[in-house]
Design a protein around this ligand. Structure first.
Ligand code: FE2
Ligand code: FE2
Length: 285
């Protein structure tokens, strides 16, 4: 690590990260008081269980994001990146706390899906800042963010929507960190590490896609087309990469989309078709 704790100079190489730090401080919210936890849920018992299963996926992701963002503070060299990551640590702690409350109110915290367990374990255990930033900030945070939007658009429960609004606003800043800081990290990635990073992205995307596929019935019960959600997630990831302006070690979204869609087509043939429940009472569709 080249970080010199005792240098006298002030880091100012990342003014946009400084602005993101300011934004994070302005957006600070208290999950205990910002949300009225006494309000009743408006979902039926089946929908509550389906929602709890899907949000349990998110819950373990939030826990991993808390670990990974804390691990990244000493792994990055630039002070302004550390500022943003330090804000992310407290934000992820609030997300874990908020989902813990919401899941207990909905139904229960369901055991971790094996595919989610694989990808999150990998991201927590890797020693590479580049893997953590690409895997967590760019892939997992982005997919979670897309899921929040889709659930928010389909489920009218005020409590769930309020939680997703607060958490989603923070998650946008976390993918923002990837856009602003990953280019510097990726420029330093060598030949071997960049190829390992490609292989890892296939593995992580496959795991995330499998985990989401495993929840297709719960999603359908809530009127959500999860395959479309995943497609949107990949498109959003491509948009983030475009803003980064560097592709070293990063897969093109078309490649990822091809992998994901092939897998879905294969499973669809094997296990039969599935569509969102047309009479889902919480659905607008
Ligand atoms: Fe989070
Ligand atoms: Fe996050």
């Amino acid at each position: 690590m080249s970080y010199d704790l005792f240098r006298a100079e002030i880091d100012d190489g990342f003014p946009r990260l400084e602005r993101l730090f300011e934004q994070a401080k302005q957006d600070f919210w208290n999950d205990s008081t910002a949300i009225d936890w006494s309000q009743p849920l408006t979902l039926g018992p089946d929908e509550r269980r389906a929602m709890a299963k899907i949000l349990s996926l998110i819950y373990y992701g939030e826990r991993a994001a808390l670990e990974v963002s804390a691990q990244l503070v000493p792994l990055v060299d630039d002070e302004q990146a550390k500022f943003v990551l330090a804000c992310q640590v407290i934000e992820e702690a609030k997300h874990v706390s908020a989902f813990r409350r919401l899941l207990k109110k909905l139904d229960d915290i369901h055991p971790a899906n094996p595919w989610v367990r694989r990808v999150l374990t990998d991201l927590v255990e890797t020693k590479h800042a580049s893997y953590k930033l690409v895997g967590m900030q760019l892939i997992v945070e982005n997919i979670a963010n897309q899921l929040f939007h889709i659930i928010h658009d389909h489920v009218e429960d005020p409590l769930i929507r309020k939680v997703l609004e607060y958490v989603g606003r923070d998650e946008k800043k976390h993918t923002g960190l990837a856009v602003l800081y990953l280019p510097k990290i990726l420029k330093k990635v060598g030949f071997v590490e960049s190829h390992m990073l490609w292989a890892k992205q296939i593995y992580w995307t496959f795991c995330v896609s499998q985990a989401i596929w495993d929840h297709r019935r719960e999603a359908a019960a809530l009127g959500i087309d999860i395959q479309q959600g995943l497609r949107k997630g990949i498109a959003a990831q491509d948009h983030l990469v475009e803003q980064m302006g560097i592709r070293r070690g990063i897969f093109k979204s078309k490649t990822l989309e091809g992998i994901v869609l092939k897998m879905y087509d294969r499973d669809r043939k094997k296990r039969g078709s599935w569509t969102p429940h047309p009479s889902g009472t919480s659905s607008r569709s």
